[in-house]
Each structure stands twice: as C-alpha cells, then as structure tokens.
Design a protein around this ligand. Structure first.
Ligand code: ASP
Length: 597
C-alpha cells in the first residue's frame, strides 16, 4: 500500500510521487490549509492538504482526528523558508497530498500516545497504544536484531538450537514453580520450567555437544524492577569444555549481541573472586564503574574501648567492620545530610552509621570530639574510642586527607556487607560519579556451593547440579565451579561446570538433605543419564530482557517486553490471571477453596 516508510524520505526525494500510510499523530488548521503529522513505526512526516492542490484531500483532512489511519498519495516538496523543523528527521520536507484516504477512524483515546506522565497500569491496559511510539518500536527493533545476532554468533561457534518442553516438572532454580493442572491425570500437575537446566544437561548426555536456545523461563517470585514472572534467557551448554573456554564463548556472544545494539565492548572481561567482590564491594555483582571500596577495619575496631564496636570485632568469622571513604565528602555533604544517611542503611538492618570528618586542625581548635595528629583533625563522636595509633592506621588505610569523610558499619557479616555495599551505590548516586555511558563487565567466580537459610538449613547457591570444588569439606567451605557475568552492577547471567558423575551428584543431594527416595523420585532421570556415560559439561544463561534493558538504557525490564506483567504479576490488558469456568475446573478435578472473609 505504500512506496516508503515516513522517515525514508528526504530532500533527495523532492519532486517524487509517493504513497505513505500511518496514524494521525497531530493535525492543525492554518488558515484553510490542514497540516497532518503522519506517524508510522519509523517516525513522523508532514502532510499538507491544501484545497488549492486537491479539494478531495482537503475535505477528507477536515474529518481526521488523532490516531485515524490514513493513506496518502502526493508529491514531496521542500518546506518553505523558515518552516524547517530541525527536531524532525523529515523536518525539511513535506508531502503535498493529492489523494487522502481514511483507512480507519479511531474513537477517543484513553491517553495521548507517547505521554510520559501516564500511569503504568493504564499504559499496560492499552499496551498496543503505548507501543505506538517510535521510541518503543526502536527498542523492539533492537531486541530483534540482538536475538538474531545471538543466534548467528552461536551458530558460528557451532551451537545447535534445540527446543525443550514447557510442560515439565520442577527444576530447582530457587524460585517457586508455576504449575499447570493435568486434565488427563487429575490431581497431577506440570511445572513450567524455571530454566531448561536439566534438559540441556540431558542433551549433553545425548552427545549434542553444543546446545543453545532463546527460551522463556518461569519463576514465581517476588517481583522487582528488573524481574518478571516469565522472562527470556539465552541458554547455552557445551561438552568437554572448562570454565575458561565457556567464559570465552559468553564473551564472544555478548560482544556480538552488543555490536548489534551499536555498542562496542572490550574482551576479555575482568575476573574477580566471589570473596573479593563481597568483602570489597559488599555485593556478588559489584558495579565497577567507580571504585570507592569497602575497607576492612575489624582489627582496629577490636582494639577500640567501646564494647559496641570491640565485642563484635572479636569474632571475625561471624562479624565485619567496614569503612567507606568519601574523598572531599566534608565539602560536598552537610553534617545534617551525613546524619540522615543513617536512615538509608537502617532500612537494610544497620543499627546505625558512625562517621567522622577529617578537618583542618585550625578549624577545630578547642572543639569537642576531635583528635589532632600529623596535621589533621578527626572529628566525630566516635574518635574518642580509639587510640591515636589506631586513628593513624585508619588514616593510612583510608588514605584520609583534610576534607574527607569516613563512614563505618559494624555487625553481623551478612548484614554489614549488604548494607555497606548498598550504601556504596547510594553514595555514588548522591555524588553523581557514575559514568552512564560506561559498560563495565565482570566475571565473578568461585561462588560458595551452598548458602545457609534463615532456619539453619542449606540451599544450593546456584542450583544443585553445579560441580563442587571440594564436596567433602565443611559445608560453609565448599565452593563451586560457578561464574556470574555482571554488567554495571546488574547480574546479566551465570553458569557453571556441571556434575557429570552420579556419585558426586548424590553427595550434593545428601548435603542438601534430599533423601535417596526423593532423589530417585525427582531426579531419577538425571541420575540415570549421569550413569550412562555422561560427558564433562557446563554452560551458562544470559538474561535477555535485562541485557536489552541495559543496551537500550531503559528504566525497567517491562519496557523491553512487548506484553509484560505488572509488579503484581497481572496483565491489565487480558486480565490474566483470571478465574476459569466451573466446567474446566471439573475436568481438571479441582475445587477452589474460597478465602473466608
Ligand atoms: N540454569 C541456570 C539459570 O537459569 C543457568 C545455567 O547454569 O546455565 O540461572
């Protein structure tokens, strides 16, 4: 129906006859001539309907309203002197319309297309309208190009795309399953896959050697800005490879995918031990676009003469004392602001946030809570608890100079690392020191195999099919051959070398207190496969939505999913989830117990 997309046209086409189609973005009547901004997926083009050129076009234009669907035939001409719109790609030209056809009118819209102030609930209810903008189309075009690039990249490296079942049984990736009731087998349920983990391992047992799939995964967990109940992974597995080789495949893949998004990335990525990431940045996905590390001060706190600090510092296995220095912070933040920072860390379990300011001794002469040495003055209520020698040591570790501020967190290891890690990000945000254009990739390696739950039981940190380095050691000491890839503080994906021997797999299940009966019942097929000559293998998965979110600088994962769910896991458009008919329930053998009010 058309010769060109709207923004395909330029001054090079002046004089050409064209046919264009699209929606009325806006229209205005200027003294008997009607101007229409026609919009298609590429952008806007101005139509001019002047009765002097065509009465048919002018009369039809009189009827159009926003979002009417039009088809226009006419000639391209240059816009008049002073009428060029530099903001538009097609701002130098317009179409003098000879024939205008309304393909379809539109009723009044619930919101103006592209209005950023519209609430998300209403935008998702009318997602097909919300998606009508050029900006949104550009995102999905990039998503498509990235998926194609991923396929080509993996194809080039010898990987084979294989589909795995959606109706299956639980895969333990640490979330709750979405389940589907069986009609044929009343009382039995399929689980939607949390990932194709077990199937890709079975494909290795089948000798496929290199597998990939761009695949939907389903996890019923608490939703956050970067989580959705169903999401897409680029899922990869390969045989007879070690961690380094698999990480290379991951880097090549990411390089090709980012290139498709117009971003060049440098490989190889940095590699950091899990322990270092946690101790130095308080996170297993550190944002390395800026430094500001956490400094260990446990030994210094152990010598302080305040029990609040010194008691926990006696137990370095369980507790941590960490400091974070803001260079020149005393000039940037007011004391009031610094006191307020405590509110932030309290949200994450901190009991308080001590700090002191490093001042010019002339400035603090005669003031309380100050200790002077070596040409500086440390000021804060806590300085009096430390010997000067220890303050000197602090100065050395924190490289403290006049104008700096040093903050401290003390307490249980897990809590302190978590809130000081978050505080590091919070400070970077306040200080606006993060380069928004940087792409800082990082591999985090050598994860603990197990993590302790609040009730004292243990879960697999990745999943229970991850190869341990030292399965016979103390449970807290066992590490795994696992690696996560992090970009700008966001976990993009991860993977591991898998257990390919049934005896080790059984040991891991035993450590997780999965009894032999349960092992057979849940994973018998895997244990069988491992006993029939399974090759050494490993792989990874990259969160594709997150990747596109970062590559397109989108604020939310929902922006890069065509029909996403809300934070409450609902779809306002289709109204899913919804009740089903009593006939369906009967067929499924299900009776709904209504919550008593
Ligand atoms: N199955 C894992 C996940 O979905 C990725 C992997 O280990 O390959 O997180």
């Amino acid at each position: 129906m058309r010769t060109h997309y709207c923004t395909d046209l330029s001054t090079a086409d002046i004089g050409k006859s064209v046919e264009v189609c699209g929606w009325v973005n806006s229209y205005r009547d200027h003294g008997g001539v009607i101007f229409i901004d026609l919009r298609d997926r590429t952008g806007l083009l101005q139509l001019v309907c002047d009765p002097k050129d065509s009465t048919q076009a002018y009369e039809t234009a009189n009827e159009v309203r926003n979002e009417f669907v039009l088809r226009a035939i006419g000639k391209i001409r240059a816009r008049g002197e002073g009428l060029v719109n530099p903001k538009l790609k097609t701002g130098e030209i317009e179409v003098v319309v000879e024939t205008l056809k309304i393909e379809n009118p539109s009723v009044n819209l619930p919101f103006v297309i592209g209005d950023k102030a519209v609430g998300e609930e209403i935008r998702l209810k009318y997602r097909f309208l919300d998606l009508r903008t050029e900006e949104n189309f550009a995102r999905f075009l990039m998503r498509s190009k990235a998926a194609i690039a991923a396929r080509n990249s993996l194809d080039k490296m010898g990987f084979v795309e294989v589909e795995t079942p959606m109706l299956t049984r639980a895969t333990p990736e640490g979330a709750r399953d979405y389940v589907v009731p069986s009609r044929v087998h009343n009382g039995e349920f399929y689980a939607l896959p949390q990932s194709p983990q077990l199937f890709k391992q079975l494909l290795m047992c089948a000798g496929f050697d290199k597998y990939f799939q761009i695949v939907k995964c389903f996890r019923d967990e608490d939703l956050r800005a970067d989580r959705q109940p169903e999401f897409t992974q680029i899922d990869v597995e390969m045989s007879f490879s070690d961690q380094n080789e698999i990480m290379k495949v991951g880097e090549n893949l990411l390089k090709d995918v980012f290139a498709a998004c117009g971003k060049e990335i440098k490989t190889p990525f940095r590699v950091m031990e899990y322990k270092e990431a946690m101790e130095k940045y308080g996170s297993d996905k550190p944002d390395l676009r800026f430094e500001m590390p956490l400094i260990d001060v446990l030994d210094i706190f152990a010598r302080s003469n305040n029990k609040i600090f010194s008691d926990p510092a006696q137990n370095p296995k369980k507790n941590r004392a960490k400091a974070i220095v803001v260079k020149g912070g005393d000039k940037i933040f007011s004391k009031r602001q610094m006191l307020k920072f405590e509110d932030y860390v309290r949200k994450f379990g901190a009991k308080g946030l001590a700090f002191f300011q490093v001042k010019d001794p002339n400035e603090t002469a005669g003031q309380d809570n100050c200790v002077e040495f070596d040409g500086i003055s440390c000021k804060g209520p806590l300085v009096k608890f430390f010997e000067v020698e220890d303050l000197k040591e602090l100065r050395k570790r924190g490289n403290l100079e006049i104008g700096d501020v040093i903050f401290f967190g003390v307490g249980p290891k897990k809590v302190v690392l978590d809130y000081m890690g978050r505080f590091r990000l919070f400070l970077a945000d306040e200080l606006k020191i993060v380069d928004q254009n940087a792409l800082e990739f990082l591999w985090v390696v050598n994860f603990p195999m197990f993590e302790e739950n609040d009730d004292g039981s243990y879960s697999a940190m990745h999943h229970p099919f991850t190869m341990p380095n030292n399965i016979d050691d103390e449970i807290d000491e066992i590490t795994s051959v696992a690696y996560d890839v992090v970009l700008n503080g966001v976990e993009l994906g991860g993977g591991s070398i898998r257990i390919h021997r049934a005896d080790i797999q059984e040991k891991v299940f035993k450590r997780l207190k999965i009894e032999p009966d349960e092992q057979r019942e849940k994973f018998g097929f895997l244990l069988d496969a491992l006993s029939f000559g399974a090759p050494p293998h490993g792989g990874f998965a990259i969160g594709f939505d997150r990747l596109i979110m970062l590559a397109t600088n989108s604020a939310s994962i929902r922006d890069v999913i065509a029909f996403p769910k809300t934070q409450k896991a609902q779809c306002p458009m289709t109204k899913a989830p919804s009740e089903i008919s009593s006939e369906q329930l009967k067929e499924l053998g299900i009776r709904i117990k209504k919550e008593e009010k």
